[in-house]
Design a protein around this ligand. Sequence first.
Ligand code: FAD
Ligand code: NAD
Length: 477
Amino acid sequence: PEEQIEADPTKKTLVILGTGWGSISLLKKLDTENYNVIVISPRNFFLFTPLLPSCTTGTIEHRSIMEPVRNILRHKKAKVKYYEAEATKIDYTRKVVVINDESEIKGDTSSTEVPFDMLVVGVGAENATFGIPGVREHSCFLKEVGDAQQIRKRIMDCVETASFKDQSDEERKRLLHMVVVGGGPTGVEFAGELQDFFEQDLKKWIPEIVDNFHVTLVEALPNVLPMFSKQLIDYTEKSFREESITIRTKTMVKNVTDKTIEAEYTQPDGTKVKEILPYGLLVWATGNALRPVVKDLMAQIPAQKDSRRGLAVNEYLVVNGTENIWAVGDCAIANYAPTAQVASQEGAFLARLFNSLAKTETINAKLAELSVTQAKTSGEERTRIFDEIKELQRQLRRVKQIGPFEYSHQGSLAYIGHDKAVADISWLSGNIASGGTITYWFWKSAYVNMCFSTRNRLLVLVDWAKSYIFGRDVSRE
Ligand code: FAD
Ligand code: NAD
């Protein structure tokens, strides 16, 4: 890349928290020469989450869906500072963010403050556990790369331990019972990937587990994938039955121990029965909860007192009750589902807004300067300046024409295993619902196209080819 413009103390400092869908989409489109931009995130890469479930079984290697933030930043016109740290507190009145280096290696300084003029909060969300006892201690989640690696390891650990000499039948059965809690798209996609792993590879490599390997998906509501249309819900449930994945709907998990989950099943007559399910692997995918740093910020702003699920924002994504803080993605509540699609559109909107704000300021400064000069001149020079002012005013009107954020829903897609996917696609103000193998090819091509870079795209294609030709790698790292 060309030499980057250095930081300029006369410019405003724009601090961006997070390197996920919202923040990276903002960075991609932001003219960084207009601000002194600082990015803070404990994760020094962007993660393409839609393909994360495929990393749990090794269909795709995790590095294929990661893009280093340093690579993104080095292509920006002006220098952007990046600190690998977690924002632990946003002090609204002092306009500073407290940051902590949470990585393994720490220097003499591992905690400090970063002042800001403008702040974008894009820290995403945590895994919801609803305070259910035992969840944090005994389950795997599926949000970050480390989670997918842990699941991959545990699947193989369960399989090998189940094959241990003299293991009792009952214990083998427990170890090979893979339970997924949460029938949203994360749970459904993971269950599908896991069953594929069993059908396509594990079964062949370790035939002794064939009779006992079993995937169960537990959902509290009467059906899975509530955000999809009814026919796709039915299609998914039917496909799961055919793939031998058990779906337990109307079953709310209440307690988790190291070897069992305790759930409450609501029978058709409305009465509740308690059930105990022994498990070997438990993956918990019950959606999002607020991060502590977001909770703390909300507590500082009176206008946020009625907001429960995240930072309430206005139609320009300004955090209600503040003037210089914006929020994007899963930590912001703007009446849209917490998806990558929403987060990336919000990020792109903020980039346009900030680019336009900067241009407005430049034009206003020039206008102020010209009107002073105009007052001192006469004749032809005065007319020339007058024309210049008119042109700048025209430009200003154009630049300021930025309407509020409007989300454009492209549709929902999910992989359901056995080379099938479901899709609700928005089309000419209508909706097309489709499920099956053709939809799976559509899913594949859509996600390859959406990958962050050409490098990511190529790596994903190579991984798919590798798994298809050689099977998935069953070594436990
Ligand atoms: P994230 O992408 O989660 O990024 C948050 C960032 O903030 C991260 O970089 C994190 O390290 C950083 N951070 C965390 N804490 C702090 C802190 N204290 N200080 C500073 N930085 C911090 N959506 C879809 O639309 N389609 C899909 O197919 C899809 N598939 C998904 C599959 C899975 C397995 C999962 C888990 C989610 C999926 N989603 C999908 C949802 C989507 O990933 C999220 O909605 C999206 O990531 C939200 O973007 P975000 O920028 O708000 O947060
Ligand atoms: P979710 O919130 O969509 O679903 C969680 C499910 O867990 C809910 O159906 C809920 O009823 C159930 N649940 C909660 N507590 C339970 C309990 N104690 N026992 C049993 N079931 C319980 O969560 P998600 O699937 O992680 O998705 C999070 C967000 O990410 C959503 O907005 C989703 O649309 C998005 N996402 C999208 C895709 C995709 O488009 N392919 C994939 C993954 C995630």
